[in-house]
Design a protein around this ligand. Sequence first.
Ligand code: ATP
Length: 209
Amino acid sequence: VLWGVGRQKGGRAVRCFEGTTLQLLNCWGQPGSWYFSIQPYCQKPKGTPGVGKTTLGKELASRSGLKYINVGDLAREGQLYDGYDEEYDCPILDEDRVVDELENQMSEGGVIVDYHGCDFFPERWFHIVFVLRADNSVLYKRLETRGYNEKKLKDNIQCEIFQVLYEEALASYKEEIVHQLPSNKPEDLEDNINQILKWIEQWIKDHSS
Ligand SMILES: Nc1ncnc2c1ncn2[C@@H]1O[C@H](COP(=O)(O)OP(=O)(O)OP(=O)(O)O)[C@@H](O)[C@H]1O
C-alpha cells in the first residue's frame, strides 16, 4: 500500500491514500467530464459540459497528490473513436477501448477520472462519484462563450435540466457513493475541494488499520 503526501495548501499538508479512486462527472448539471473548449467527442450529449470538472479535477489533483485523467484527452491522443456523429459533428467514443486503456491505472488506484458520462465504466473502479451541477443561466453563459451552435447549446442545457448525468450516475453506482456538488462560483470550487479533501482524509483513516 502506498501513501502520498499532497502539496501544502492553506496551512495544512494533505495526505492522500494512493489507493483512493474518485470520479468527477461533469453533468457533473451533473457530473461530467473535464475537458476544454473544444468538445472532442460527444455522441448524443449524456452529461453537461462546462460545469467545471476540469477546473476542479486539476486543482484537486494538485492538492491531493492523486493523478488526474481526462478521458476526453485520452481518447483524442489515442484516437479511441468508433466512427463520427454527423448530427453532433464529433467523433464517437470507443468505450471498450477507453476501458481497456484505463484498466491498469484504475487497478492501481489513486486516480481522479474526468468525464461527462459514466455508464460504461466498471463499477468496481470508483470509491466515490461527484456530479457537478451548475445553474442553467451560468451554464448557458459558459457554453455560449465556447461558441456552441444553437442545437448543441440547447441539448446540453436540457441535459442539465433533466439531470441526465446524475440519473446515469445513480443507475451506475451505489446511491451512497454518488454526491452532487454546486459549481456556479469560485467559492463553490474552494468548498468542493475542501469537502473532497476531507473525504480523502476520512477514507485514509477508515482504511489505515
Ligand atoms: N466554480 C466555478 N466558478 C466559476 N467558474 C467556474 C467554476 N468552475 C469552472 N468554472 C469556469 O467554467 C468554465 C468551464 O469549466 P471547465 O472547463 O472546468 O468545465 P468542464 O466541466 O470540464 O467542461 P467539459 O466537460 O467541456 O470539459 C471555465 O471557464 C472555468 O473557468
